[in-house]
Design a protein around this ligand. Structure first.
Ligand code: FEO
Length: 162
């Protein structure tokens, strides 16, 4: 059985993971408007991953006899000035999510909740990858100068994400 404090914190994280899915799908829609189809595809795959993150915590809650309570998802932004602004925001968002995961780990330690601590280790590792990926793409956009024409090579690369 999971404590009420941990249950509430995990429910909040389920909501934030769904918000991340909304945010990345909105970024994908933005890339469609500027005809960067590869960027759009990358973000669409990212949105799918975020939904899987939410469901991973959801399944864990069920397994522990917790009560899942889904709440309204905040509407994401719909417009950005350029591709680098999108990835600046994606990178900043992932750093914020890392902070949330770390806070959950701190709570699991405080509550002596070993099972939740163990489950969260997957997310700790995942966040290393999430920050690395978004910061690398941001660095590549900056090298290319964020001119749509110059971004087509990168667009082609990003289209390969499955
Ligand atoms: Fe679910 Fe991008 O962290």
């Amino acid at each position: 059985m999971i404590s009420k404090t941990m249950e509430a914190a995990l429910n909040k994280q389920i909501n934030r993971e769904f918000y991340s899915a909304f945010l990345y799908l909105s970024m994908s829609a933005y890339f469609e408007t500027v005809n960067l189809k590869g960027f759009a595809k990358w973000m669409r795959v990212q949105a799918k991953e975020e939904r899987a993150h939410a469901v991973k915590i959801y399944d864990y809650m069920i397994a522990r006899g917790g009560r899942v309570s889904l709440e309204a998802i905040e509407a994401p932004k719909v417009k950005w000035a350029s591709a680098d602004k999108v990835f600046e925001e994606a990178y900043a968002h992932e750093q914020k999510v890392t902070g949330m995961i770390n806070a959950l780990v701190d709570l699991a330690i405080k509550e002596k909740d070993h099972a939740t601590f163990e489950m969260l280790q997957w997310f700790v590792k995942e966040q290393v990858e999430e920050e690395e990926q978004t910061s690398e793409i941001l660095a590549q956009i900056k090298i290319l100068g964020d001119v749509i024409g110059h971004l087509f090579f990168l667009d082609h690369q990003l289209a390969k994400r499955e």
